[in-house]
Every structure is written in structure tokens, then in C-alpha cells.
Design a protein around this ligand. Structure first.
Ligand SMILES: Nc1ncnc2c1ncn2[C@@H]1O[C@H](COP(=O)(O)OP(=O)(O)OP(=O)(O)O)[C@@H](O)[C@H]1O
Ligand SMILES: Nc1nc2c(ncn2[C@@H]2O[C@H](COP(=O)(O)O)[C@@H](O)[C@H]2O)c(=O)[nH]1
Length: 222
């Protein structure tokens, strides 16, 4: 294997793309993310730290790093989080460990971060090259049906999540893409395109603004 000679510029891989996924509770973010992880095994999915308890079926280290409030506060104090937020009116705190995200991008690996609205705004402000994706339900009634059918929250928690959802739905225009989760496989493959660049606008001479063309289920939000 040949080594670079001293002084010779070393080639570094292009930074991996960072996609920030946001959407109201029960729109299907975790379901879509699981599918994306199957379709794109090289993906780095950012595992958040959270103070909430695991749901049935969730695995520590895969779905979340479940930590207590003291450990979460230590992570904030030691500046280990790229962003963090109080979720659902302070019911829980969740945050994105910074180092793994930056290191994966520097290795050229695509990165997917799933956060709430506050977290998404903070990541997009701190890392302007990131692509913001809002996952929307087909209709408000579909969202309510998914949340209640999941059956993981009390009636109070459902009401609080729907309050948060109204605020989140009103913010969808802030994002680069709005994907409507009619069908998990369709949305997952659109996210894969955004992560690995088959949407690359440089291959489309009709685009002169440098922006990415919209994937097929992207809705122009009004
Ligand atoms: N395209 C879809 N069509 C019908 N049901 C769906 C679809 N996508 C997800 N679901 C269902 O909706 C429910 C909520 O999905 P999921 O838990 O993935 O949502 P989430 O956005 O991650 O929620 P939260 O933010 O509360 O963690 C689940 O029961 C899931 O099976
Ligand atoms: N700001 C952040 N928000 C996060 C992070 N990880 C998850 N989330 C968001 O929290 C809510 C609730 O999620 P749940 O799994 O408890 O139902 C949802 O909007 C997630 O996107 C994070 O690291 N930072």
C-alpha cells in the first residue's frame, strides 16, 4: 500500500450528508427511521440521550441512551450535546450527542438525526449544510388515529403531544422538504435519496439555484 509522501496533500472524503428529521408525535418517524436503517446499513443514526423511560420494545443504545436527569445535566455541563430540548412541556429532556455526529460526517458517512422542532432549528443553525426534512401525516385525523392506536401514552400525554403537534405542523414551511408519510417504504426511499445524494441537483442542468429537486412525495407546503 502506498503512503502519501510528506508534504503531499492527503485526500479527505467529502463530508457525509446530514439530514435532520422532524415531525409530530406518532407521524411515524421511528418507523420510517427503522426502514431507512435497513435500506442504508452504512448510515450513522444519531442515538439521542433521553431522560424518559424506555417503551416496550425499545433497546438501550439502539433507540436511545436512557439516562437519569443528573447524567443528562452532566452531559449539558460538559458540552457533550450538539443540541438538547425540553420535550412535551418539560416532561422529558432529550439531546443529540455531538461527537459521534461530527466524526461520522468527517468520515464521509451519511448521518440522520431525529429531533423535535427546537432541536431541529438548533442543528440547522449550527450546521447550515444540513438538510431539514419535515415528516407530515396525510391528515390531522390520521395523526390522531396513529397516536391513539399506538396506545403507549395516557390520555393526558396524548393531549399534550397533540398540543405540541399543532405547533410543529405550523412550522413545516421552515424545512427544505416536507415528506407526507402515506406509505413507509416510499418515504424511507426518499430519505435515502436525500442522505446519499441521488437527488444531486448538480446533475440537473435545469436547476440554477443550487437547491435539491423535490422528491416525488414532497408537498409544497402552503
Ligand atoms: N405510513 C404509515 N401508515 C400507517 N401507520 C403508520 C405509518 N407509519 C407509522 N405508522 C404507525 O403509527 C404509529 C406511530 O409511529 P411511530 O412510533 O414510528 O411515530 P413517531 O413519529 O416516532 O412517534 P414519537 O415522536 O411519539 O416517538 C405506530 O403505531 C406505527 O406503526
Ligand atoms: N431536541 C431533541 N429532540 C429529540 C431528540 N431525540 C428525540 N427527540 C424528539 O423528542 C420527541 C419525543 O420523542 P419520543 O421518542 O419520546 O416519543 C420527538 O419529537 C423526537 O423527535 C433529541 O436528541 N433532541
Amino acid at each position: 500500500m502506498s503512503r502519501p509522501t510528506p508534504g503531499e496533500p492527503q485526500s479527505t472524503p467529502p463530508r457525509g450528508r446530514l439530514v435532520v428529521l422532524v415531525g409530530p408525535s406518532a407521524v411515524g418517524k421511528s418507523t420510517v427511521v427503522s426502514r431507512v436503517r435497513q435500506l442504508l446499513p452504512e448510515l450513522f443514526f444519531s442515538v439521542s440521550a433521553t431522560t424518559r423511560a424506555p417503551r416496550p420494545g425499545e433497546t438501550a443504545g439502539r433507540d436511545y441512551h436512557f439516562v437519569d436527569r443528573a447524567e443528562f445535566d452532566r452531559m449539558i455541563d460538559d458540552d457533550e450535546l450538539l443540541e438538547w430540548a425540553e420535550i412535551h412541556g418539560g416532561l422529558q429532556r432529550s439531546g443529540t450527542p455531538r461527537r459521534p455526529v461530527i466524526e461520522a460526517m468527517e468520515r464521509g458517512v451519511p448521518v440522520l438525526v431525529e429531533v423535535d422542532l427546537v432541536g431541529a432549528r438548533n442543528v440547522l443553525r449550527r450546521i447550515p449544510e444540513a438538510t431539514g426534512v419535515f415528516l407530515a401525516p396525510p391528515t390531522w385525523d390520521d395523526l390522531v388515529a396513529r397516536l391513539t392506536a399506538r396506545g403507549t401514552e395516557s390520555a393526558d400525554a396524548v393531549a399534550r403531544r397533540l398540543e405540541t403537534a399543532r405547533v410543529e405542523m405550523a412550522a413545516q414551511d421552515e424545512f427544505d422538504h416536507v415528506l407526507v408519510n402515506h406509505e413507509v417504504d416510499q418515504v424511507a426511499s426518499e430519505l435515502v435519496s436525500l442522505l446519499v445524494g441521488s437527488d444531486d441537483s448538480t446533475t440537473d442542468p435545469s436547476r440554477v439555484d443550487g437547491s435539491s429537486p423535490a422528491p416525488s412525495s414532497t408537498r409544497q407546503s402552503t
